[in-house]
Design a protein around this ligand. Structure first.
Ligand code: CAA
Length: 387
């Protein structure tokens, strides 16, 4: 009988070590500055792509690495987010939401390769245009329309909260081809930066993940060739939902990474900071709190690695992804809040990182489906009548 394996295989341990070296040398030195200025480093992001990180989740024939492993990708997002959660979400949106839109669409393999390979190799960047002023948790409320004109489509509408929006070369844009059918008339197009009428609107000023670039994307009579239609009318909504299933694994990994990052900094601090004649960790209430947080992190990790392994094994992963997203991101918020408290005044100061991690944690409970939406997904699947 096969044994259950609760430990990361060699392949993922190697990814973990490679990414850890990169984060220590390259991401850590400027992370406070990038957060302070709200500046994203395209140079470092591109370097991640060139190292092969963007391709981890996809097979070689589409520009990825080997057979493609979501577990490897989740481990990489976790390691990046331990140090720099803004880079973590830019990475996750490119791979899961842009890449996932292409990969889960009904397009043929040649089309998939055409739109995936330039992004997975780190030469170009990808973004995801689903959310609109009228379509947040209710993703079916989209109003962007695409009207056929000869061999092209003319797109009009506004997308909001697009991570990587300001600099993306490729954006997966969801638009109604048959508006009267609502979500059942939704399709998906790949828009390229610089297409006439396609522009970046307001760039958001955020509480956390301050270095990540998030913006409106505005479409005014954008002419898009039919070959860029990757999901025809009726296939857009399930394509978006499948991309989001993968995205939720990415955000879960981001949450877990944030929690682990804050926990490790706090653990070291508790060993060196002395009060009342002894290191802080020698107070039982502090040691017990750390024991609880460590256990919470391990529980979250199991759900994340299980959901990633389910995806790699081609098992259904919608519900496992939602469970992992909900638990890992709640864990991030709880652990970072406790860590700021455990470190006292120092925890509140920018140079010790944990206050940034607490600010970064909050959005993980909100985006790619609020944790209330995750409860909808889990319970809807639980009680859905079999057709
Ligand atoms: N995979 C495939 N198909 C799916 C699916 C999935 N995971 N989930 C739903 N579907 C299909 C259903 O089978 C159904 O098909 P039929 O009509 O043929 O039966 C259809 O889609 C509609 O499903 P529901 O009735 O369940 O849809 P709903 O309208 O009730 O919405 C929802 C469900 C889960 C609330 C969905 O709207 C949702 O996920 N909302 C949250 C959206 C979201 O996560 N947005 C984040 C955007 S990205 C971001 O955060 C920004 C960033 O850059 C980080």
């Amino acid at each position: 009988m096969d044994q259950m394996n609760f430990y990361l295989p060699e392949e993922q341990l190697a990814v973990q070590e490679m990414v850890r070296n990169f984060t220590e040398k390259k991401l850590k030195p400027g992370v406070i500055d990038r957060d302070e200025k709200g500046e994203f480093s395209l140079e470092l992001f591109s370097e991640m792509g060139k190292m092969g990180l963007f391709g981890l989740a996809y097979p070689e024939e589409f520009g990825g690495q080997g057979k493609g492993s979501y577990l490897s990708y989740a481990v990489a997002v976790e390691e990046i987010s331990k140090v720099d959660a803004s880079m973590g979400i830019a990475f996750s949106v490119l791979v899961s939401l842009y890449g996932g839109s292409v990969m889960n669409s009904p397009a043929d393999d040649e089309t998939k390769k055409k739109f995936l390979a330039p992004v997975l190799t780190g030469d170009h960047f990808g973004s995801f245009g689903l959310t609109e002023p009228t379509a947040g948790s209710d993703a079916a409320g989209i109003r962007t329309v695409a009207v056929k004109d000869g061999n092209d489509y003319i797109l009009n509408g506004t997308k909001i909260f697009n991570t990587n929006g300001p600099f993306a070369d490729y954006t997966a844009v969801y638009a109604l081809l048959e508006p009267e059918k609502k979500a059942k008339g939704l399709g998906c197009f790949i828009l390229r930066k610089g297409m006439p009428g396609f522009s970046v609107g307001k760039i958001e000023n955020k509480m956390g993940i301050r270095a990540a670039q998030v913006s409106e994307l505005i479409m005014q009579d954008v002419r898009v060739p039919a070959e860029n239609l990757i999901a025809v009318s009726g296939t857009g909504f399930p394509t978006a939902m499948k991309a989001l299933d993968g995205g939720r694994i990415g955000v879960a990994a981001q949450g877990l990474g944030i929690a682990k990052g804050a926990f490790e900094i706090t653990k070291e601090y508790l060993k060196v900071r002395e009060q009342f004649g002894k290191p802080l960790y020698k107070n039982q209430h502090i040691a017990f709190k750390m024991a609880e947080l460590d256990t919470e992190i391990e529980m979250a990790q199991h759900l994340l690695y299980k959901a990633s392994s389910d995806k790699d094994a081609h098992r259904s992963y919608t519900v496992p992804a939602s469970k992992a997203k909900m638990v890992c991101t709640d864990c991030a918020m709880h652990v970072t809040t406790e860590c700021v408290q455990l470190m006292g005044g120092v925890g509140y100061m920018r140079e010790y990182h944990v206050e940034r991690m607490m600010r970064d944690a909050k959005i993980t409970q909100i985006y790619e489906g609020t944790n209330e939406v995750q409860r909808m997904v889990i319970s809807n699947n639980m009680f859905r009548e079999k057709k």
